[in-house]
Design a protein around this ligand. Structure first.
Ligand SMILES: Cc1cc2nc3c(=O)[nH]c(=O)nc-3n(C[C@H](O)[C@H](O)[C@H](O)COP(=O)(O)OP(=O)(O)OC[C@H]3O[C@@H](n4cnc5c(N)ncnc54)[C@H](O)[C@@H]3O)c2cc1C
Length: 470
């Protein structure tokens, strides 16, 4: 049988190879390290962790990444199996001894009779006779390959200093303070003139907010030479440094908006949030890209009226990243629409994080193997964590409400990506949940649904494609 070629032996590529081989399909992994390295990798090991050693929460009942762990365990993930085997104490988190972990992944991959690892950079598009390819070269994809992919997709540069604005769970916004309205009541493509959440500020509140921004602790980020700022986006704290009124004439301008709760009083400044996913459960803070430290972001952004209780699905940041505009470029099975022999996996698809990258590698490996075997494998439903992530990457994210710059941003798995579920009226003990317990009850219900639906998907996959027995 002809092999699947996997470019990149990081978290996604190693997992994809393992999954393909597990299903009986040979795989060749092309990894450029140690011949050529990246700005963040330090070793030649497959699946090296470039920064923290944490796979985050292992709580599968109330945490979305914990659910992803559970699903990957059920699907024979080599990344999670190696993490479990090399755990270090970290409370409720799954943290690992980084060397032990990556050596275990590497040993398993190298030891599998169906997997070959070739140490070489793929310096351009893969040869035409590779008919089933997974590109899993990560956020630090080598520049020549990134350039070739950019040309093929018509996207120009794929590597940016990625300026990311925070994203907030819609249910945590206080709509007794905020209101829905588009600037100048401009109608969007759907005809709606109320696409944005607006948070009003008085002059005093704005002054205090600017003071807090100026005094806040910022993260230093490593310069990656020659990489441009994405779309010229400036961090808000840099705008604040340019003048106290700069933000009020930029992302916080109050014009064209009337406070629905107090129409006679003109806000001095307004923070807008724009819908970020098709479900409408996540909203991003428009123009609020920032490199403030995470703790500072939570503290300062909760000074904004209406966001006092904000729960963040992701915080802002700036770092080099290489990723596709996947909702436009990839089909539901992660294949490039313009060249379906090329499938993408890992962070380059627009997921973020070790676990998410490996999870997308897992599903890419299975989909590629099914294709090689002439079988049809349906992707997991969006009610599962892997399905929710896949859905975000390939279609769940809305590109842009207005004609703004590309808005698809890498994202960790979170409950905002799951289809809504009716809030349980009674908890497991038969009591009506109150306060924070209500949120927990909702998360438990989402987790239970994900578990049920993944089991059903595994069973259906087993029937339609016998190899997919997990
Ligand atoms: C600086 C930095 C810090 C990060 N810190 C964290 C963190 O603390 N926690 C977290 O959860 N996530 C973090 N991430 C995000 C992300 O989870 C990791 O980058 C993760 O490793 C992505 O997995 P991947 O498999 O997509 O890519 P990688 O693990 O980077 O694997 C890609 C592989 O492809 C190889 N490669 C690249 N180009 C070529 C080519 N042309 N030919 C052959 N091989 C090639 C690379 O050498 C690499 O081994 C960080 C990202 C960066 C850039």
């Amino acid at each position: 049988m002809r092999p699947i070629h996997i470019i990149g032996g990081g978290l996604a590529g190693s997992e994809a190879a393992w999954q393909a081989a597990y299903l009986g399909v040979p795989a060749v992994v092309h990894e450029m390290r140690p011949i050529r390295t990246t700005a963040a990798h330090r070793t030649s090991h497959l699946a090296e962790l470039v920064c923290s050693n944490s796979f985050r929460s292992d709580d599968a009942s109330t945490n979305a990444v914990g659910i992803l762990h559970r699903e990957m365990r059920a699907l024979n993930s080599i990344v999670i199996k190696s993490a479990d085997a090399h755990q270090v104490p970290a409370g409720g988190a799954l943290a690992v001894d980084r060397d032990g972990f990556s050596q275990a992944v590497e040993a398993a991959v190298l030891g599998h009779p169906l997997i070959t690892v070739e140490r070489a950079e793929i310096a351009g598009l893969p040869p035409q006779d590779w008919d089933n390819v997974i590109i899993a070269t990560g956020p630090l994809t080598s520049p020549v390959l990134a350039e070739a992919i950019g040309e093929l997709t018509g996207e120009g540069a794929l590597a940016f200093f990625d300026a990311i604005a925070p994203i907030v769970h819609r249910h945590s916004i206080d709509m007794d303070v905020a209101w829905m309205q588009s600037r100048y009541d401009k109608e969007g493509p759907t005809g709606a003139a109320n696409a944005y959440v607006n948070c009003p500020m008085t002059r005093d509140q704005y002054g205090a907010f600017v003071d807090a921004l100026l005094a806040a602790e910022k993260t230093e980020f490593r310069e990656f030479e020659g990489t441009p700022y994405f779309d010229g986006c400036l961090p808000i704290e840099v705008m604040a440094e340019r003048g106290r009124e700069t933000l009020r004439h930029g992302p916080m301008k109050p014009f064209g908006l009337t406070n629905a709760h107090d129409p006679k009083v003109k806000p001095y400044a307004v923070v807008q949030l724009r819908q970020d996913n098709a479900l409408g459960s996540l909203f991003n803070m428009v123009g609020f890209q920032t490199k403030l430290k995470y703790g500072e972001q939570r503290r300062i952004f909760r000074m904004i009226p209406g966001l006092e209780g904000a729960e963040f699905a992701r915080l802002g940041g700036i770092h080099r990243n290489t990723y596709l505009n996947s909702p436009r470029l990839l089909d539901g099975r992660l294949r490039l629409r313009a060249a379906p022999r090329l499938r993408f996996a890992g962070q380059i698809t627009g997921c973020e994080g070790y676990v998410e990258s490996a999870a997308v590698g897992l599903i890419a490996g299975r989909l590629a193997a099914a294709e090689r075997l002439g079988l049809t494998l349906e992707p997991p439903p969006p009610t599962t964590a892997i399905g929710a992530l896949l859905n975000h990457i390939t279609g769940g994210h809305i590109e842009s409400i207005d004609a703004g710059p590309r808005s698809f941003q890498p994202m960790n798995v979170n409950f905002g990506l799951f289809p809504l579920i009716a809030e349980p009226r009674l908890d497991e003990t038969g009591k009506r949940p109150a306060g924070p317990e209500r949120g927990l009850a909702r998360k438990r219900a989402l987790s239970a649904r994900a578990e049920r639906d993944l089991a059903r998907w595994i069973e259906e996959a087993r029937q339609s494609a016998p190899f997919a027995a997990a």
